[in-house]
Design a binder for this molecule. Structure first.
Ligand code: CTP
Length: 400
């Protein structure tokens, strides 16, 4: 799978830099052509001589080669590569990547690279856990970069070992899987994400706590696997700039409904991840509502059910996936929804599970399938949950 692939390994200033030598050696063993690019502080932790001996090529680190003065082209390198693997990635480099601070050859190569990017963070736990690092990693994910980090599945132990660079053989396995499934999802996929806002007056709305993170993680997972994604997003602050994602921003349930219905026909699948308001105020006041009297009543009328509407017009070849967020009688409620909305499978989150649901980066799901299958998953990052859901989608649609 990796044979013949051109891989840039970017090495930054981290104590884990020695592991990069094992990574480079492993990639070469798999038949890759490897070019090492180092940051200036990377060279403080491992000598370029070791790496150039392994790759048979000079290590690139400066914009100019010192003795000849010849220009190292980050653009050419970026075009040559089938993948850019930054391992170890220090907090500082991750911050520069997220913000486009191109003050060394490795970052300029990153910014010019057209190839998929894999980042293996390496730092101490406090640095890793700092909101700034987490925000930067989230930004990299929104750029479609793959963050490879040790995971154990359970949140408590999940934090142990966080920040430690993933082992070279695991990174290689990740790359192998990536190339195995890359472009294999030749499908058009519609995804709804985020909350809806139902207007009361020019300055107020009824909404909910959905952040859109799960839906965006799904969109990125599909796009990374080669799908053409249409992402219909309610009002959210998450961002994505993946070239395979076409984003349509909406505000209300009715706008989301209209957008989803207008593009469903030529989709292979739809994943309905949005937390759609079931009701909206009957009237939207033209002027700001004024305080008057002791109590106030707002009349609510039902919104269209997008999942059910798509379920009604769905063709046999189309796969429809819904979500259920439940607090009680989880499974029977979810199964009822799958039936009523004519879904192929439903992803159940229980609010009873710590770390699942709204506004968090993790989720714990159970997938219930039409043929009675039930798969329970551990608490994971939403990006990993997205991968589990898309694996199921691939399985279900392949069996159609
Ligand atoms: N859904 C939708 N359009 C709506 C409401 C929900 O597409 N108007 C989708 C959601 O995106 C999700 C699934 O339906 O995939 C959730 O089912 P739903 O019936 O909305 O759950 P609840 O509203 O929580 O239902 P209930 O109030 O019965 O628990």
């Amino acid at each position: 799978m990796l044979k013949g692939k051109n891989i840039i390994v970017g090495i930054t200033g981290s104590i884990a830099a020695y592991k990069a030598a094992y990574l480079v050696r492993g990639l070469i063993k798999k038949g890759c052509d490897v070019q090492v690019v180092m940051t200036p502080s990377g060279k403080e932790f491992i000598t370029p001589v070791t790496l150039s001996a392994l790759t048979g090529k000079p290590v690139v680190s400066e914009f100019f080669t010192a003795n000849t003065g010849s220009w190292n082209s980050h653009v050419d390198l970026g075009l040559w590569a089938d993948a850019l693997v930054i391992a170890p990635a220090s907090a500082s480099t991750i911050g520069k990547m997220a913000n486009g601070i191109a003050d060394n050859m490795m970052i300029t190569t990153y910014l010019s690279a057209k190839a998929p990017v894999f980042v293996a963070p390496a730092m101490d736990l406090d640095m890793f856990a700092h909101p700034s690092t987490q925000r930067n990693l989230q930004t990299l994910r929104s750029y479609g970069n793959h963050i490879i980090e040790p995971t154990s599945g359970e949140l408590a132990s999940h934090l142990i070992g966080k920040g430690r660079m993933e082992e070279p053989e695991v990174i290689i396995e990740y790359l192998e899987n990536f190339f195995a499934q890359k472009e294999t999802l030749k499908k058009k996929i519609l995804i709804t994400a985020g909350p809806t806002h139902e207007k009361l007056d020019p300055v107020r709305f009824i909404g909910n706590y959905s952040s859109g993170k799960m839906g965006f993680a799904l969109a990125e997972e599909c796009a990374n696997r080669g799908a053409e994604v249409t992402l219909i997003a309610g009002p959210v602050s998450v961002k994505t700039i993946h070239p395979n994602i076409k984003r349509i921003d909406v505000e209300s349930a009715r706008e989301m409904h209209d957008a989803a219905l207008s593009c469903f026909e030529d989709q292979d699948a739809a994943i309905l991840c949005a937390a759609v308001a079931d009701y909206r105020p009957e009237n939207i006041a033209d002027m700001k509502l004024k305080r008057s009297g002791e109590t106030m009543n707002i009349n609510l009328v039902p919104n269209p059910d997008i999942a059910a509407a798509l379920g009604q017009i769905k063709k046999d070849a189309q796969t429809l996936v819904g979500f259920a967020l439940e607090t009680n009688d989880e499974e029977s409620n979810a199964l009822g929804k799958m039936e009523r909305k004519n879904l192929d499978f439903i992803v159940l989150n229980s609010l009873q599970d710590k770390g699942a649901g709204f506004r968090v980066d993790t989720n714990k799901i159970t997938i219930l399938n039409r043929n009675g299958d039930k798969k329970e998953f551990a608490l994971k990052l939403k990006s990993e949950v997205a991968s589990d859901i898309i694996d199921e989608l691939v399985k279900v649609s392949d069996n159609k």
